[in-house]
Design a protein around this ligand. Sequence first.
Ligand SMILES: Cc1cc2nc3c(=O)[nH]c(=O)nc-3n(C[C@H](O)[C@H](O)[C@H](O)COP(=O)(O)O)c2cc1C
Length: 177
Amino acid sequence: MKIELPKHRRLQPGPASNVVMATCVGRSGRPNIITLGMYMPISIDPPLVCIGVAPRRYSHALIEETGEFVVNTPSIDLEEQMHYCGVRSGRDVDKWAETGLTPTPALKVKPPLIEECFSHLECRVVQSHICGDHTLFLGEVVATSANAEFMDGDVLDVLKARPIVQKNHVYYSVCEK
Ligand SMILES: Cc1cc2nc3c(=O)[nH]c(=O)nc-3n(C[C@H](O)[C@H](O)[C@H](O)COP(=O)(O)O)c2cc1C
């Protein structure tokens, strides 16, 4: 038997979405972190990913200013810091100072990497589209890096890295193959 749900609850076809932490920096040079569920790879060659950011987010203005962002993937060990970056705004707090996360220079873009995350996609915005109540930023991946201990060759060992998935802001990690 099927039951009808309110429209917004049908957005995620599966049980959960992958959670990432995007870093960005505006002209002021002060970097920020935003937690995102709206992340998706969309092209392999050229390598393109998209993120959905609501216009009212502080990060939205920063990404527009410099046209760059980094997609950092946290493991479940960073649940508390990840959640904090998803409920507080960089307009009001310094999320680096409040969470103890460490900014590390990226290889090719201005926003820093989050050292404690296990993988990083450095992106330059190539297109942006207003999609309802979010802006879709399409980013070309210009550099990628990851923690060596979580890699099996150039493939991520998901069971070691333990990325976070979420459903309605309840967080889960992957623990079985
Ligand atoms: C698990 C989780 C997922 C989120 N996903 C998104 C998202 O995809 N897009 C978005 O605009 N905000 C999302 N948010 C909300 C922002 O992270 C939140 O509003 C944040 O405080 C914005 O920070 P800023 O004002 O410093 O940019 C999410 C929050 C959480 C906790």
